[in-house]
Structures are given as C-alpha cells and as structure tokens.
Design a binder for this molecule. Structure first.
Ligand code: GLN
Length: 487
C-alpha cells in the first residue's frame, strides 16, 4: 500500500496541480508522519508545524500555481541554513537561540519556488562528523536499523527523507556529508560542483570545500531541487556566473552508448568491505549492460586525501568559527569577569569536544611556525589531487566507486576513536578538494548487513546533468529498496 507521504515529489506535484490534493492535506500527512517516526528516528531539531499549516491554507486559497516548480511541496533543510525568524542552531549549543534575520539564498529559492519548509534537520555540530552523533541536541538513528548511525554530517536530512517525513531536504557537503549519509540511509544525494549553488546564508565550515545540495528519494526529485537552487548569486563571490543546465532534460536519455565510465583503481582496493564491493560491482555491470564502456583509471594521490582534507578543513574551520565569541552571536557565559573570560568561557561551554579539537588543530596548522609544513603543503597536495581527477576525466565522462567503505555502523561504535571516524570519509573527501560534483545512488542492500549501499558517480565540472542521466537509467534498472526496515 502506498501512503501519501511515500509518494515522490514529482507525483505529489502533479496531484497538487490537478487539485486532487490540497497543500494542507500534504503538509498534514508529513506532520503526522513526523509525529509517528520522530520519537525513534530523531531526524529533526525543530518542526515548523504552525507556520507550515498557515502557509498551506493560504496557498490552497490562492489555488495551484504551475509556474512554481515546488508549489506546495513540504521540505526540510539542514539546520545550518539560515531561515528568517526560525532558529538555526548548526547542531551547537553556541547557536541555541540564534534566529537569523534573512533566508539563505538556497532557502529563499525554495520558498520562491513554492516549497513549504516544515523542519530543520539534525546534523553534527558545525557539520563536523560522519555519523550525526556530534549534535548537541540528539543523535539521529538510521531508519533501516535504529541501532545504527545514519552517517553524517547531514544525517538528519538523510534520515528524514528516508523515513518519508518530507519529500526532500537540503544538506551540505564539505567532505562527503551529503553523499555518505545518502549512501548509509539509502537515498539519493548530490554534491554540486563548487560554485554552482550559492553558499550565502549557510554557516561556513570549510569555505573552499562547502557546497549545498539536494537529498531525495529519487533521481528525478533530486534534479528538480537542484534546478531550483542552482544559479548565480551576486552576493556570493564564489558563485559562478553561468546559467544552470537543464537537469530534467538530462533524464530523457535512453541508454549509455558512447559513455566512458572510469573505475579509479584506488576506490576498488583494500579496505573496501566485501558486501559493499559486490553491490557496487553489480551496479557497474548494469551500466555496462546499458551500453557504457568501462575504463580503469588511476588517482595516484588518493592516499593523501584524508590528511590533506583534515588539515585544510580544520584550518578554515578555526578561522570561520572565530566569530562565535560570545559577543556577537548566541551563547555567552554569565560567569565571565572580563573580555578574555567571555571568549574563553563562552567558547569552552558553547562548543562540543569535536569542534574544540578541530579549532585547536586548525589554529596549530595555521600558526607561523607550522604554516609551511602543514597548511601550505596541504594546499599543494590538494592541487595534485585535483589534477589527478582532471586527467582521469579526460579519458572518461564519469567515474564510479563506492560512497562509503562500509554500510552503517552501530551507534557509539566509533565515537571514542576520531581517527577511525575520519577514515570513513575515504571515498568522498577528495572530490571536495577537487571541487567536482558527485552523486550517491542506492544500489541495493548489503548481503550481510541488510543495510543500504550507495554507488558514487563523480563527474566533470558543472556536468551534474551527466550524473543525473546515468543515475536515472541505473535507478530504473535497480530494484527499489522499499520501506526502511527499522520503521
Ligand atoms: N566527515 C567530514 C568531516 O567531519 C565531512 C563533513 C562534511 O562534509 N560536512 O569533516
């Protein structure tokens, strides 16, 4: 039996436009689903039920508006995207009561397109983590097995979409935080090319790496969201001044003849779990059946990616997080006796352990005695990693590999070992260093764990359209995962 909340964004859109459903009915169905599943899944930091219902009633009164691509569609956004007048906590105590006075560019675009924002999704504090256990508020659970993590840092968005609490969500990806939770929860997640989606109004983590992107239950839904949020923003100097491509048109491709698919040999090597490898290889075989030509390629600097990423991301984070000083934003310790005390006490109490660890390490690698040895070296290696990708993508149109070396692990399993947690990002972070787009598509359940496995497609700069063509054909050939077993 198919429930209203289980339908795809595209189906709901048609039903709303045909007046077979009202926006109020759709919003109510999602709110009811949230009520049922939230006690166990814990995907959301806040729910804007009243505001959403009020908006829905006004929209119903005005009647359907076909020119708005997301008219009446309930969505959520990760809680580091500013929402005007609605708390934006970033998963941190330090921003517990922060109410932005403007919408992030991407949120404003969703609203202009007619979407109804019903909730703010849980996340690792300041997007630092791979399991959504670093949130100051709650640990989100994987809808496929409530004893397992949903991945992170956009684990709230992934779990919310997989549990059908909303028809899509925006996450952010600095080193894999869209693709990895999408893979662990079994939904579709796209990290766009750096510069395609404006970062204005997103609380910054690693500014040269961060990108906002859609998380949905289908490839078509994903393309619909990207179409709305992509495009130039003159108020973000890193936003590219070029029109977005037609992502929906990319879904019309009927085969993959003439397409070269590269298999980076470093992605299919030691460290990759057997069940993930078999599910991903089976999906690659389908690409071949669809007419694609497989080519083996090399990314020789891959083994430096984790070290390079964590130096750069922490350096940028230490600088970005300097603004949370107890004076301008959020939490201020009331035990402080002088200015320095305000900084020290507010930051010590307001930030969690992982954030403090990263600020310290980031400050260290930027300090004058160590800058050349760490930060500068990392910046140089980053260039080599990007060149590896560009070279590989000269020989093929897309690259494929797993999104995560394992399926979802147990809650609490890695929290005391940050290094092991960092290693979980092995297949996602180099793409952020290179600035390229990547998509994770569910391709099956692991034979041993029965947990979702995601295949990662990596593309050329601003060629999200090709990622969508390949993903949508592969999706058609793949048996749908169905209802998450944990719910
Ligand atoms: N797990 C990585 C980190 O902790 C990536 C996080 C992200 O993409 N936001 O930095």
């Amino acid at each position: 039996m198919s429930f209203l909340y289980d339908k795809s964004l595209s189906e709901i859109r048609s039903l709303l436009l045909a007046k077979e459903l009202t926006v109020t009915e759709v919003v109510e169905a999602c709110l009811k689903r949230i009520e049922e599943t939230e006690p166990s899944v814990q995907a959301l930091i806040s729910v804007q039920a009243e505001e959403a219902l009020e908006q829905a009633r006004a929209m119903d009164e005005a009647g359907p508006n076909e020119s708005k691509p997301l008219w009446g569609i309930p969505l959520t956004v990760k809680d580091l995207l500013c929402t005007k007048g609605t708390k934006t906590t970033c998963g941190s105590k330090i921003l517990e009561n922060f109410e932005p006075f403007y919408d992030a560019f991407a949120v404003a675009k969703l609203k202009e397109a007619g979407a109804v924002i019903i909730g703010k999704a849980n996340m690792d504090e300041f997007a630092m983590g791979s399991s959504t256990e670093n949130s100051a508020y709650k640990a989100t659970k994987n809808p496929w097995d409530l004893n397992k993590v949903p991945g992170g840092s956009s684990g709230g968005s992934a779990a919310c979409v997989t549990a059908s609490q909303a028809f899509g969500s925006l996450g952010t990806d600095t080193g894999g935080s869209i693709r990895q939770p999408a893979s662990l929860c079994g939904c579709v997640g796209l990290k766009p090319t750096y510069g395609l989606v404006s970062r204005r109004g997103m609380v910054a983590y690693g500014s040269s790496l961060d990108q906002i992107g859609p998380m949905t239950r289908s490839v078509e839904d994903n393309a619909r969201l990207l179409q709305v949020i992509a495009g130039h923003d003159e108020k973000d100097s890193t936003s590219v001044d070029a029109p977005a491509a037609d992502y929906l048109a990319a879904l019309n491709r009927t085969d993959l003849k003439g397409l070269n698919v590269g298999l980076p040999k470093e992605f299919w090597a030691e460290g990759l779990d057997g069940e993930v490898e078999s599910a991903c290889r089976a999906a690659v075989a389908k690409l071949e059946e669809l007419g694609a030509e497989l080519v083996e390629v090399e990314l020789p600097h891959s083994s430096y990616a984790i070290a390079t990423y964590y130096i750069i991301a922490m350096a940028e984070a230490s600088s970005n997080l300097a603004r949370f000083d107890g004076v301008r934003y959020g939490y201020r310790s009331d035990e402080a006796e002088n200015l320095l005390d305000i900084y020290v006490k507010s930051r010590s109490k307001g930030f969690g352990d992982e954030v403090q660890r990263r600020i310290m390490l980031g400050t260290y690698v930027l300090s004058s005695g160590y800058y050349d040895a760490y930060y500068k070296k990392a910046a140089q290696v980053r260039r080599l990693i990007r060149e590896d990708y560009l070279k590989a993508l000269e020989q093929c149109d897309v690259l494929v590999g797993p999104a995560s070396p394992v399926t979802a692990w147990n809650v609490g399993e890695l929290t005391s070992d940050p290094l092991k947690m960092y290693l979980m990002d092995i297949y996602t972070i180099s793409l952020n260093l290179a600035g390229l787009p990547g998509l994770s598509l569910p391709v099956g359940l692991g034979a041993d764990s029965n947990m979702p496995v995601g295949l990662q497609l990596l593309g050329k700069e601003f060629d999200e359209a090709t990622l969508y063509s390949v993903a949508s054909l592969l999706e058609e050939k793949t048996e749908q995962l169905g209802t998450p077993a944990g719910l």
